[in-house]
Design a protein around this ligand. Structure first.
Ligand SMILES: Nc1ncnc2c1ncn2[C@@H]1O[C@H](COP(=O)(O)OP(=O)(O)OP(=O)(O)O)[C@@H](O)[C@H]1O
Ligand SMILES: [Mg+2]
Length: 396
């Protein structure tokens, strides 16, 4: 088998050779895009799911769909500790200039820029005067309260009106949305609420780790009305098999059914693992068809590669105390886990593990699937923890 022709693509956000099992969610996006263009109400989409299930790949695909449908798009990847306005403002500025170049009369685009300039001033975001063009004056009183929950909706209104005036629509795509602070998320929700009330053509498509149970009160009830929260999970058996078999066959090679079954049971259908297994199986097999024996022989290489890449990069970002916390979780086998039980294993009062728990959620290592429970965000991370730290001991 020719290594150069290996079709698989393990890696964060790398488009897979076959985007298996995602027709439903892509259709949902297509409907959303078309309905907003037709001035019909439709819920925006916030995809949530564990690490490596293919959220970024879907978000990129949806951006392509939006562009093809005639939307103006912006794509943002949220980062831990980076404020939302700072990421959004430069992108919106570029978007407004793009709108300005579209045919059409009216002054809503210039007003949008003025409001954006006030917004930036109100929140004291450093963007530099020159970037705006010298002739743009801020519009005092518009989006410059310095309170994001008021200013972001006002800014979105101005952008939405500008887009409407130029006969286009805007898609804002945000990856890793769980990194936003609660107040930022709630501002975003309020802003989308305004878009729906005024029927303005801005949609939001987000992706991130499961976070909805963490939203509280008013923003939660708004969120549930404004967004659909499709869960992006591992692929079912048939689609997992398709994801591995079809690319091999398209590249002119073959794989035995038993080999496909072996890959499915090793990966449990998690897309990242499917790519890694497919990739290594192709390289290890001398010739077609790839057999079950080839998969067995590949197993050590794949596990080592996953340990060294997918798992290890996350492990290395942890403090000793956080490692102990995760190792205590792994000690109990598969999740979800009760916080109280983890404290018990660590021989400390439940209150003492609160900070480590909060930091691990902030780092995106664990999440709360339901109140009082936590689980790993990385599939099979419990097994990795037991390999990385074979003996559990309570940190001194
Ligand atoms: N439907 C699919 N079929 C087969 N492979 C897929 C599919 N979706 C994604 N993949 C593969 O899975 C891997 C992970 O995809 P991606 O980076 O989009 O995941 P993610 O959910 O964004 O992960 P993270 O939470 O770590 O950002 C990539 O190698 C990609 O090619
Ligand atoms: Mg991603």
């Amino acid at each position: 088998m020719d290594i150069i022709k290996n079709p698989f693509s393990p890696g964060a956000g790398s488009p897979p050779p076959e985007l298996a099992g995602r027709e439903g969610i892509l259709e949902q996006a297509r409907v959303l895009l078309a309905r907003i263009q037709a001035k019909r109400p439709e819920k925006s989409i916030l995809m949530t799911g564990l690490r490596g299930v293919g959220k970024t790949v879907l978000l990129n695909e949806m951006e392509r769909m939006a562009e093809k449908a005639g939307y103006q798009t912006i794509l943002i990847e949220a980062l831990e500790n980076k404020p939302l306005p700072q990421m959004l403002a430069p992108q919106l500025r570029r978007l407004m200039y793009r709108l300005d170049r579209l045919a059409g009369a009216g002054n809503k685009v210039r007003r949008g820029l003025a409001v954006l300039k006030s917004f930036v001033g109100g929140l004291k975001i450093s963007m530099g005067e020159v970037e705006f063009g010298l002739d743009i004056e801020p519009e005092p009183g518009a989006a410059d309260n310095g309170d994001l929950e008021l200013d972001l909706p006002a800014l979105f209104m101005a952008v939405g009106e500008a887009a409407e005036e130029r006969g286009t629509a805007v898609a804002i795509l945000i990856d890793e949305i769980q990194y936003f602070a609660k107040q930022e998320l709630s501002a975003l929700i309020m802003a989308m609420h305004k878009m729906q009330q005024r029927q303005l053509p801005i949609i939001l498509i987000g992706a991130g780790l499961p976070f909805l149970p963490g939203l509280a009160g008013e923003s939660k009830s708004y969120a549930e009305r404004l967004f659909s929260f499709p869960n992006i999970g591992p692929l079912p058996r048939a689609e997992s098999i398709q994801a591995v078999r079809d690319p091999i066959e398209s590249a002119g090679e073959q794989i035995d059914p038993e080999a496909l079954e072996a890959i499915y049971s090793a990966t449990l259908g998690f897309p990242y693992f499917l790519q890694e297994w497919g990739y290594q199986a192709w390289n290890q097999a001398g010739e077609s068809p790839i057999s079950e024996g080839d998969i067995r022989e590949t197993s050590d290489v794949v596990k080592r590669r996953l340990d060294e890449n997918f798992f290890r990069v996350r492990f290395d970002r942890l403090t000793p105390r956080e490692k102990t916390f995760l190792r205590a979780m792994a000690e109990m086998g598969k999740g979800p886990y009760r916080t109280g039980d983890i404290a018990k294993i660590m021989h400390v009062a439940p209150g003492r593990i609160g900070p480590a728990r909060a930091n691990l959620i902030k780092k995106g290592m664990i999440y709360s699937p339901s109140h009082g429970d936590i689980d790993f965000t990385v599939p099979l991370f419990d097994e990795f923890m037991r390999r990385a730290v074979p003996e559990f001991s309570v940190e001194q």
